[in-house]
Design a protein around this ligand. Sequence first.
Ligand code: 4NP
Length: 154
Amino acid sequence: MIRVLIVCLGNICRSPAAEAALRRKAQERGAAIEVCSAGIGGWHQGKGADGRMVRAAAARGYLLDRHRARQVEFSDFYEFDYILAMDGKNLSDLLGMAPANRECDIRLFLEFADTHTRETPDPYYGGAEGFERVLDLVETGADAFLDHIQKTQG
Ligand code: 4NP
């Protein structure tokens, strides 16, 4: 079982969507992956996902209504095999807080994807199209990550 933690800033928009997409695609392929998500910041701790993302995700069949935001914890660096960041700032924040003896692989979520960008842009202060773009990117990224896992782990 491979354990994957997906991290964005608030854990209410991008990483809950990426978590749902990766979980569903892993189930469809029969890949043994456990997926969680967390935020660099703790402002939304215990709160549900952003309503705009809940609605946009529901239109693609992803149910985020039970999501509860949580902040990245020190123990995450020991409990997950992969920690996947949604953007470059999330990645540098994670690398800055990661203990030297960690065994997890800390990467960008889109690192394995053939997209023109490796970053999933923060939709929080923008319009509806930003949420659709996040969903497009995380669906592509989830497939690319699973391809990578299946190639490297057999
Ligand atoms: P997320 O979006 O990182 O995709 O969950 C954000 C959510 C909240 C904030 C920023 C980004 N915020 O500043 O509160």
